[in-house]
Design a protein around this ligand. Sequence first.
Ligand SMILES: [Cu+2]
Length: 215
Amino acid sequence: MSFTKRFLCLAAAATATVPLAVGSAQAADWSGYDGIERFEAELRPVTVNNSEASGTTTVWLDGNTARVRIEVDEILADHPHAQHIHIGGRGECPTDYDAGIHNGRRALSTVDGLDAYGAVETSLTTEGDTSADSGLAVDRFPTAPGGAFTYDRTFDLSQAAADAVRADNAVIVVHGIDYDGDGTYGDVLGASELDPALPMEATNPAACGPLHMKH
Ligand SMILES: [Cu+2]
């Protein structure tokens, strides 16, 4: 996989709030969001990775059709940020105690957090496939121009993902950190255990939040 940076024209600012009409040909009727379940996650920085990235996620779910809206700021600018719905763990974010030693430095890799948040089930890509196969599709994730991004996409979740969201077992993880503050993904932590062609900085969690039903 080539580690290409592709700059996507995503709206960097928070814009409209719900309710709003989604003008698409989706089967779901989003008008007014009547009867549509809503879940929210508070994304908190993974501080052991020297990340200050934070934000919010809202998931509206109608059957298996989901609208996923993510707002993140204070994240490394102009670099792709893989982001996923993880399932099958404890439905929690890892703590600093879950961190390992990577290239002699204490940091939390994606694997270090698996027991807490589980495996990738849904890749929150900007276009195309959203399965786990696209987990590191770095040319189809937000690149955070200016250090922030807003992601908003409506697509069908897998049955497993929809079930996990409703079972309070789904966790949003946004990846890609700048551990040493040099403004890019480098080798300070060595290579990623997920793909040795990528630096670990490119795949370590930056922000994390468990999804909970919003009543
Ligand atoms: Cu992930």
